[in-house]
Ligand binder design. Structure first.
Ligand code: HEC
Length: 123
């Protein structure tokens, strides 16, 4: 019996090692000049739109065809963050204006989001 437990442990450990690099490969490397945008995004947006821009229970993914530049241009990002937006594409409720948000902060956040979308082959 004890041996069986040990075997299970081994299996779990080796699965962990195998899945490690796959997860790492999906991580997007953020260039240095976008690091500020990343920090600001994670502080102000990720609680609803997800650390990987993949959405949460509170808000939709931003890596989604709705939000590519041809459908939601940069202006709609500034507008959503500074003035909020009414619920229209999803059922999460309205997005309220983000407290503490400024145009200047959005000047960093928008290029970060666009870069991330691009890396995820959204456009
Ligand atoms: C409290 C949760 C919450 C936070 C924080 C939040 N959002 Fe949103 N956001 C939402 C929800 C919910 C929607 C979806 C509205 C709909 O279309 O139904 C949305 C929609 C959007 C849209 C689409 C706007 C449109 O015109 O359709 C953009 C762009 C956006 N968010 C960007 C951001 C950015 C950038 C930040 C950080 C500065 C942010 N959001 C922070 C909840 C949030």
């Amino acid at each position: 019996m004890k041996q069986l437990v040990n075997l299970t442990c081994l299996a779990v450990i080796s699965m962990w090692t195998i899945s490690g690099p796959t997860i790492a490969a999906e991580t997007i490397e953020i260039p240095f000049n976008l690091a500020k945008g990343q920090v600001l995004y994670e502080k102000y947006c990720s609680s609803c739109h997800g650390m990987q821009l993949d959405g949460t229970d509170e808000g939709p993914p931003l890596v989604h065809p709705f939000y590519k530049p041809s459908h939601h241009g940069d202006k709609s990002f500034y507008r959503a963050a500074l003035q909020g937006t009414k619920q229209h594409h999803w059922n999460f409720g309205d997005m309220k204006p983000v407290e503490g948000m400024t145009r200047k902060k959005m000047d960093s956040i928008v290029p970060y989001v666009r870069y991330y979308q691009q890396q995820k082959k959204l456009f």
